[in-house]
Design a protein around this ligand. Structure first.
Ligand SMILES: [Zn+2]
Length: 493
């Protein structure tokens, strides 16, 4: 399901154009940072609003649940965030599975990038330029300033949406209505950063891009690329985008800024090319993907040969051509520098070929070398579970949960292993923790009630579960109050 319509795809990056611009009149000077805006919505409230919106993104199916893609976006994003003046701001970057070209900032530092945009970029600095722009919307408090300004109603819609999401969680039949509301709210939301804010995000974003050591010419080249891609969609583009020359202004501003900086040759990270190859392998049919990678390799038309072969292996795996996948992987391993993504791919090729014991050995060795590569952290216990080694799986997962206590997928894997071992209290407690991280407090409460009734925990485990249940019930009550207050503050019909 595509959560964002094509109209929205165009909306954000080019929001400054046409009718909106015509309505907004002469520019008003921007208020100082940290002024009255902070009184209307606190950073903590903003974060909660962002978390609620993220739950909606997860529930919509638009979120690309790929640990390697998201880990890459986060490492690139964090590198940029370190070059801002707001080092205290938390950021979370994630991919939206959508061929359209868009990126957006949600309240609380959550930044989404469409896979179509990642594939459109031709070098890492171009992708960084888009993230830097979105990061700047966050560090300049554009969302909080929106609420305190004329666009208060936009956030009221967002708050209403958060309430709808919470309502949907407690009454599953309301889910459809909530998604519809959220969709409407999101479209509104993305449309309404003002022209001033867009300019400011471009200007500050440029500084961030420069300070983080990327090629500053990438900002204008990315704008040009976006403009060309929008032209290709001309028939679907909203009128004002086709007619309004303002995009040229943004390109010119970015070009002028880059001219003040010395020429800088910046090499792309290898992960950039590997992640793009992985995303390409997901696109269209697997047969088409295989053909594309094969012809790139045959004609030697690529930016990075290893990444191209990696994409071929990923496409072959998707097409279930396991023998050929293993063969191409062997070539890749001989020619490419070692990498965690190749290790994870190798494990998957072995596991899917039914060589589970070999896969397990491979994962164990890979985890020694890349203990923080989440794809490996998930795939290893998965392989253990597949071979019925539930005790070993539980032991590994519990160890990882010490390091990553907030990781939803680890809790889900733990629930699966404990279920196989017939340990009801642990199964339901972990399923409950999994639901907590998805924002489904209602579901989590049900699971903890089942955990306590399971009848197999010791006194200490049961009282821990009981105390967790009490906290969750309190959280659910507080959540309702929090958003109710927010809506009451900001909603003036
Ligand atoms: Zn923007």
């Amino acid at each position: 399901m595509h959560f964002y319509t094509r109209r929205v795809i165009f909306a954000h990056l080019f929001v400054i154009a046409g009718s909106l611009a015509a309505q907004s009149g002469p520019s008003q000077p921007l208020p100082d940072l940290g002024d009255s805006s902070q009184a209307v919505i606190s950073p903590a409230q903003e974060r909660k609003l962002g978390e609620a919106t993220m739950r909606q993104v997860h529930a919509s199916g638009a979120y690309l649940d790929d640990p390697e893609v998201n880990a890459y976006l986060n490492s690139l994003g964090r590198r940029l965030a370190l070059s801002t003046t707001s080092s205290k701001q938390d950021f979370e970057f994630f991919a939206i599975n959508d061929p359209g070209v868009n990126a957006f900032a949600l309240p609380g530092g959550f930044i989404g990038v469409h896979t179509g945009l990642i594939l459109l970029t031709q070098n890492e600095s171009e992708l960084a330029s888009v993230l830097a722009h979105e990061i700047s919307h966050v560090t300049q408090h554009h969302i909080a300033r929106m609420i305190s300004g004329e666009q208060k109603n936009q956030l009221a819609t967002l708050a209403a949406m958060a309430i709808a999401v919470l309502a949907a969680r407690s009454r599953p039949d309301a889910a459809g209505a909530a998604i519809a509301t959220a969709q409407a709210a999101n479209i509104q939301y993305q449309l309404d950063f003002s022209r001033e804010y867009e300019r400011e995000a471009d200007r500050i974003g440029f500084q961030v891009l420069d300070k983080a050591g990327f090629d500053t010419r990438a900002m204008s080249s990315m704008f040009e690329r976006l403009q060309r891609s929008f032209r290709a969609y001309e028939n679907n583009a909203p009128n004002y985008l086709r007619t309004h020359p303002v995009t040229y202004e943004r390109i010119a501003d970015a070009t002028n800024r880059a001219e003040t900086k010395p020429y800088r040759q910046v090499a792309d990270s290898r992960d950039f090319h590997f992640v793009r190859a992985l995303l390409k392998s997901y696109q269209g049919t697997s047969k088409d993907a295989i053909r594309d990678f094969e012809s790139s390799l045959a004609e030697r038309k690529f930016n990075d040969e290893s990444a191209t072969r990696y994409g071929l292996v990923a496409s072959l795996l998707r097409d279930k051509q396991l023998e050929r996948a293993a063969k191409e992987l062997a070539v890749l391993e001989q020619t490419a520098k070692p990498s965690a993504m190749i290790e994870a791919m190798a494990g998957q090729v072995l596991a899917q070929s039914g060589k589970r014991d070999a896969a397990i050995k491979r994962y164990q060795a890979a985890l020694q070398r890349y203990p923080n590569h989440m794809q490996l952290v998930y795939d290893y216990p998965d392989a253990l579970i597949e071979t019925g080694q539930h005790g070993a799986a539980v032991q590994f997962i519990e160890g990882q949960l010490q390091r990553f206590p907030n990781d939803a997928r680890l809790h889900q894997l733990a629930a699966k292993s404990y279920a196989a071992l017939g340990r009801k209290l642990q199964q339901h407690a972990h399923q409950g923790e999994y639901y907590v991280r998805l924002g489904n407090l209602r579901g989590a409460i049900d699971q903890f009630e089942l955990a306590i009734k399971g009848g197999d925990g010791n006194f200490y485990q049961i009282s821990t579960a009981e105390s967790r249940l009490r906290t969750l019930k309190q959280d659910l009550a507080d959540q309702g109050k929090e958003f109710g207050k927010l809506a009451a503050q900001n909603f003036r019909p």
